[in-house]
Design a protein around this ligand. Structure first.
Ligand code: GLP
Length: 300
């Protein structure tokens, strides 16, 4: 029956069953998750040295970048032919501004691996013509052959990149207004001075992200638990931009136990259907995760 066939393509939104397409993996600790993701990227790079990587900022990927730096130091990952595109940048901040995402990436990853500077791509927050900058970014991604592996974090309100919840999402790289909660979440980069956090940013669009060949979304900590659940199980809605990942054919969702806690609580049978990195106490790992969050509370 035609209707039945159609639902086959959107199994999740229709049935609220675990997505046939999202591969979910739960780790005991953010560190275990970071190391596994770093090894995964290293494997992808050795299979395809010219890999095109999409990269996020945020507290979540800091341990990943540290793990990649360590692997590089140990001679186990080579970025010399890789290309990177970061997801977003604050409007009005120059690359050299220590509060910019560009500077964040420099501190946490670029200074520690052998990426060629000419293959690092970033949106220019001080571009005079922002629309032109956005179009040029899309063209650069196209010229690089598209993004092979897009790593994502998850905003507290379900945003990815700076695609904020809205009535409608913008498909391509665009200028965007930040929600108050998103500005608060970023205030640590600005010495915790909310007033100093830019009100606007430039971000890859939802279609730019969905066109990546593979997506790995990382989320850690109990504060992400509700959004993780809705991202995976809820309807596909621009009110929760990350839910659009349900439409992608090749998505990994890698989360720690606290971030998975709503899945387990509201859907007791669900835990058997996803792979676990290991099985130690959720309480212990939650405590560890909170301690880590506190250590990472500064983006510095
Ligand atoms: C910022 C970034 C997002 C990131 C989010 C989550 O808003 N623009 O790309 O995913 O923060 O940050 P965190 O990992 O600190 O929770």
């Amino acid at each position: 029956m035609a209707y039945g066939r159609w639902t086959d393509h959107l199994p999740y939104a229709m049935s609220h069953q675990p997505s046939a397409m999202m591969r979910i993996r739960v780790f005991d600790t953010p560190l275990g998750l970071a190391r596994a993701c770093a090894r995964d990227i290293a494997r992808a790079l050795s299979a395809r040295p010219g890999l095109v990587l999409g990269l996020p900022t945020g507290r979540t990927p800091i341990p990943l970048y540290r793990a990649l730096a360590r692997l590089h130091e140990a001679g186990r990952v080579d970025f010399s032919r890789a290309t990177t595109f970061n997801l977003d940048e604050f409007l009005g901040l120059a690359a050299g501004d220590p509060r910019s995402y560009r500077a964040f990436m420099q501190r946490h990853l670029f200074n520690h691996v052998n990426l060629s500077p000419r293959r690092i791509h970033f949106l220019n927050g001080t571009a005079r013509d922002v629309d032109k900058e956005c179009r040029a970014y899309e063209r650069a991604i196209d010229r690089a052959g598209g993004i092979d592996l897009q790593i994502l974090g998850l905003g507290l309100n379900g945003h990815i990149g700076f695609n904020e919840p809205a009535r409608a999402l913008i498909a391509r790289t665009h200028r965007t207004r930040l929600k108050p909660g998103t500005r608060r979440a970023n205030a640590a980069l600005f010495g915790h001075r909310l007033g100093a956090v830019p009100r606007e940013a430039i971000s890859m669009g939802m279609a730019t992200i969905l066109h990546a060949r593979r997506v790995v979304l990382l989320a850690t900590g109990v504060t992400k638990a509700r959004r993780v659940e809705r991202m995976i199980r809820g309807p596909v809605t621009p009110r929760l931009p990350a839910s659009f990942l349900q439409l992608h054919r090749n998505v990994d969702v890698w989360i720690d136990r606290p971030a998975a806690s709503n899945l387990e609580l509201s859907y007791p049978t669900f835990s058997s259907s996803f792979s676990r990195a290991s099985t130690s106490s959720p309480i212990a790992s939650r405590t560890k995760s909170w301690a880590r969050r506190r250590r990472n509370s500064d983006w510095g």
